[in-house]
Design a protein around this ligand. Sequence first.
Ligand code: HEC
Ligand SMILES: [Cu+2]
Length: 367
Amino acid sequence: MRHFSAQWRRSIPTGLLLLGVMVLAGCAGEQYPQSSLHPKGDFAELVDGLFMNTVWWATAIFILVEGALLWAIFKFRGKPTDAEPKQIHGSTVIEIIWTVIPAAVLAVVAVPTVQTIFRTAAIPQASAEGGEPLLVEVSGHQWWWEFYYPEYGIRTANELHVPVGRTVDLRMKTVDVLHSFWVPQFAGKRDVFPNRETRLWFTAKEAGAYPGACGEFCGEQHAKMLFHTIASTSADFDTWVTSRKADSVAYAMPRSAAQIAADTTAVAPVVPVSAQVAEGQRLFAMKTCSGCHSLQAVGGPKVAIGPNLSGIGSRRYIASGWLENTDENLKHWIRFPDSVKSGVKMIVPPMTDAEAEAIVAFLRTKQ
Ligand code: HEC
Ligand SMILES: [Cu+2]
C-alpha cells in the first residue's frame, strides 16, 4: 500500500502537466474556429455573454460549496478517541435549504437567459450603422447549401458572402430532409424544415472566412455538408456582387467560339481564352453538367439539382466545404464525385482525364 501511494504521488506532477497542456490547448482558438467561444458577431456575443455569465456564477457557487466542504472536513475531522457521532435520518430544514438555494440560483440565471432568447429571436430592424438588413434566403439540400439574395437577384452555393457591419436576415427552409444551419462564430444552430420558414440574423464584426456545418443528421453525407461564411468589407462585398452579375452567363447548349462572341444577350459573353477552355465549355453541356448546374447567378433557374456554379473558379472549397478548390481536387471530384462523398446526388458520365482537365480549365474562368 505504502509503495503504491509513493508511486501515485510521483505521477502527480505528470498528471498536472498533462492537465495544464489540455487546458492551454483549449485556448488555441484560431486552430479550432468551429467554436462558439470565439464570437465574431453580435448574436454570438449575446450567447457567449450569457454563457460566461453562467460560468462565473457556477464558479462562485463551486468555490463556496467546495470551500464549505473542505472546511467541514478539516474542522470536524474525527479522532480515534471520538464517540460515535449523532445519527440523523432526514432533516426537513436541511432539505428545504438544499431545494430553495438551487431554485433561487436557477431563477437568477433564468433572467439573462430569457432576455437573450427574446433578443436573439427578435426580427432584425434597420440600424443607423448598417442600414436595412440584408435578406438572404437559405435552402438546405442533401448535402449542400443554397443562398439567394433577393436584393441583387444573386443565387449562389456553399459560400455565404456578407458585408461586415450590415445585419443579415436569413430566411431558411429545406428542399428535402431536415438540416440545421450553424456558423458557431456568428450564431447558434437553427433547424430548417420543409414548408416552414425559420429565421436567424447576425451582424459580422470582423472580415474573414468562417466555417459552418449542417447540425442535424440529414443522411449519408451529413458530415460533409459544410460551408463558409465570407465576411468582407462593404467594398469587397460590392466587388463580389459585381463579379456575380458579370459572370451570369446564360446558355445551355454548346456553342462555337464565334457564336459566343456574337452573343449580345449574355451579361458578359464568355470569350474562350484557349482551345482547352472552349472544349471545357462544350463538355460542360455534353457531359450533362448543365442539366444539374446553372452558371447564372442572376436570372438562373430557381430549381436545380446541383449548386449554382457561378464563381466556382474562385470558391475556396468544393464538394460543399469538404475539399480545397485546387485543380487536382476539382478534376478528381468531377470524374469521381462518389469516391469523395459516397451516395452524392451528382451522377456523371464517364470521362477521360483530358476531358475533366478541360472542364476544370473552363470552370476556373468562372471567377
Ligand atoms: C445529377 C445532377 C448532377 C450532374 C449531372 C452534375 N452535378 Fe455537379 N453537383 C451535383 C450536386 C447534387 C452537387 C452537390 C454535391 C454535394 O456536395 O453533396 C454537385 C456539386 C458540384 C460541384 C461542387 C460545388 C461546390 O461549391 O461545392 C462542382 C464543381 C460540380 N458539381 C461540377 C460538376 C460538373 C463539372 C459536372 C459535369 C461533369 C457535374 N457537376 C454534373 C449534381 C450534379
Ligand atoms: Cu444537412
